[in-house]
Design a protein around this ligand. Structure first.
Ligand code: UDX
Length: 447
């Protein structure tokens, strides 16, 4: 009989994973402790913007016309325990308030709530990003609390999905990493992932601590690559070089590669920044802090970009204060094709300028609602054209396709000054300059 799967926590990771498991042919029960979230999902609605996710969900949610009916939702751990052969834990692990360390309370509550209902053989699979050592500890806790005892196993199976590509990354992962303590867990996970395995996704089996480390080290490497090119951007600015050309040229070396070498205002989002910090905190606890002190530098290069963008804006406005200046900000999300504004460099820059007296108007194709919630005192406009009306300077801070397709001449007619600063090195300088704009970007020569 086909395995029955539960997915605990229906945020970004969980909602996508649940829909993907249904797509792969399994009966799936998604659980969340927030009833409003469950009600939305039951209607086939996704609480965030993620291309393709709502369609995928609607193809499977029970009760929706034409859907397979393989995907249902609940708030009951008792129901989840009775239903599932494999339970995926997908709750979030935010940064603790006032500390670098990871807040494990949601993971711990999920395990504690599920365990007493595990009365028959089951595999619990952790997907959340956790500090190394957590899986071993949680395995003991599970064995002690689950009525089925040793028939309940734990595996760790980190998730590498990118926002904006979550559906694609989940259905066709570039690798499947599993940390296990026994062969049965590996067999069950091979069954769960039979379809991507048949497509050729590599399946890499390891112990618990290595699987936990794979995720944090992958994110640290990506962050390092971005901060590396941003450090080069700083040097380029000092030496009047061009970081975009530099990235293109070093990227041809296959050992370096072209991806993740886009210089700009740096990385943000719900993963990279907090994962770096949690990794440093955990290494400290393990007495290996020296090994990761370089990540402190990666973090500070990244945070410096935001301040630098503010200074570049000040400079573009003549070097004085922001008081009375109108600043248009294109982009609020931490990356395009997402409505996520968590630790968004764009919103951070907009906020800093606003707090220094600038009259900031923000426009973002999908992130307006979330941005308003986080920063209600900023000005917001319904279109890019409205945002730039009367602006003394325009900042391009999230590289949405919509912004690349803007017509510089049309915008030029409504701004007070044709000045644009490209914080993502994603616009075509020649196009803007031809239309009479002064174009500046991070890490590139002035004119
Ligand atoms: C990241 C990892 O890529 C993913 O594997 C992991 O599972 C979760 O964290 P995500 O947070 O969706 O995914 O964003 P990502 O695409 O990695 O971008 C992170 C940030 O880096 C964004 O703010 C983006 O704008 C920035 N970035 C990315 C750059 O500044 N330059 C680049 O070259 C690439």
């Amino acid at each position: 009989m086909a395995l029955k799967i539960t997915v605990i926590g229906t945020g970004y990771l969980g909602a996508t994973h649940a829909a993907a498991m249904a797509e792969l042919g399994f009966e799936v029960l998604g659980l969340d402790v927030v009833p409003e979230k469950i009600e939305m999902l039951q209607r086939g609605e996704v609480p965030m913007y993620e291309p393709g996710l709502e369609d995928l969900l609607r193809r499977h949610v029970a009760g929706i016309e034409g859907a397979s009916g393989r995907l249902r939702f609940t708030t009951s751990y008792e129901e989840a325990g009775a239903f599932g052969d494999v339970h995926f834990i997908c709750v979030n692990t935010p940064q603790k308030h006032g500390e670098y360390a990871c807040d494990m309370s949601y993971v711990e509550s999920a395990f504690d709530a599920l365990a007493p209902h595990l009365t028959r053989p089951a595999l619990v699979v952790g997907k959340s990003t956790v500090p190394v050592g957590s899986a071993a500890r949680l395995a003991e806790r599970l064995a002690a609390a689950a009525p089925a005892g040793a028939d309940v196993e734990l595996a760790w199976n980190p998730e590498f999905l990118r926002e904006g590509f979550a559906v694609q990354d989940t259905l066709h992962p570039d690798r499947i990493v599993v940390g296990v303590a026994g062969e049965r867990a590996e067999e069950l996970l091979r069954e769960v992932y039979a379809t991507p395995l048949a497509e050729g996704s590599p399946f890499i089996v390891m112990d618990y601590p290595t699987s936990e480390l794979v995720k944090t080290s992958a994110n640290s490497f990506l962050a390092t690559k971005i901060s590396f090119i941003n450090a080069m951007a700083e040097v380029c600015e000092a030496a009047n070089g061009d970081v975009v050309k530099l990235a293109e040229a070093i990227g041809h070396d296959e050992r370096i590669g072209k991806k993740f070498l886009r210089a700009g205002i740096g990385f943000g989002g719900g993963c990279l920044p907090k994962d770096l910090r949690a990794f440093m905190a955990r290494a400290g606890e393990l007495g290996a802090d020296q090994a990761l002190t370089f990540l402190r530098e990666i973090d500070s290069i990244n945070m410096r970009r935001r301040g630098h963008m503010v200074e570049l804006t000040r400079d573009a406005l003549g070097g004085g204060g922001f008081l009375g200046k109108r600043v248009a900000v294109l982009g609020a999300t931490f990356k395009p094709d997402s409505d996520d504004v968590r630790d968004s460099p764009a919103l951070n820059v907009a906020g800093q300028i606003h707090l220094q007296g600038g009259q900031v108007t923000v426009y973002d194709p999908k992130g307006m609602e979330n941005a308003r919630r986080v920063f209600p005192t900023l000005g917001y406009a319904d279109t890019a054209l409205d945002a730039v009306r009367g602006a003394d300077v325009v900042l391009h801070l999230t590289e949405w396709r919509e912004f690349r397709e803007l017509d510089p001449a049309t915008l030029g007619d409504v701004v007070a000054e044709r000045r644009i600063l490209d914080g993502r090195n994603a616009l075509d300088p020649a196009l803007w300059r031809k239309a009479g704009w002064s174009y500046r970007a991070l890490g590139r020569p002035k004119a």
